[in-house]
Design a protein around this ligand. Structure first.
Ligand SMILES: [Zn+2]
Length: 153
């Protein structure tokens, strides 16, 4: 008879708190702290806070970089292209009218979606303990980087 049935077994290192991926991304998409869900994730447009005001979680490790922009292009591009193709089937209008409608909509949709998507990316990085979110040092030393001529450990 097994006494450990249903228990999660983990190997190596000290036990770490659970960081559910879906919940963390969802809280990030709502521009809230992925840890507590109440503190604000951004102090200004696209500027993440260094620490959560509610729980003190450190967000200086975030490296969202270009991923939010790529995701905005994928999401907004597909939605607007679908909208353009659907309306083009119903109303036959000049391409200039389509341009006048869809270009401003694309700019507006990108501005409205990039901050929530960046929050979701930060939630993803936090949940998967990327870039120092797991507690390890993420400072970069070029002298110790084998990819740039440093010693190979
Ligand atoms: Zn928090």
């Amino acid at each position: 008879m097994r006494s450990d049935a249903g228990e999660t077994v983990s190997y190596g290192g000290s036990p770490q708190a659970e960081r559910p991926l879906g919940r963390s991304i969802q809280r990030g998409l709502l521009c809230r702290c992925p840890n507590c869900g109440t503190g604000k994730l951004f102090r200004a447009f696209l500027k993440p806070v260094d620490h959560c005001a509610a729980c003190g979680e450190d967000f200086s490790h975030q490296r969202a970089d270009d991923l939010p922009a790529y995701l905005v292009i994928v999401v907004v591009g597909h939605v607007l292209m679908g909208g353009y193709m659907l309306t083009d089937m119903v109303w036959r209008v000049s391409p200039w009218i389509h341009l006048a409608i869809w270009a401003p909509l694309a700019v507006l949709a990108a501005i409205l979606t990039i901050q929530p998507i960046k929050g979701g990316v930060i939630g993803l990085q936090w949940a998967t303990r990327m870039h120092g979110f797991g507690g390890e040092d993420d400072t970069f030393d070029p002298k110790n980087d084998p990819g740039r001529g440093g010693p190979i450990a």
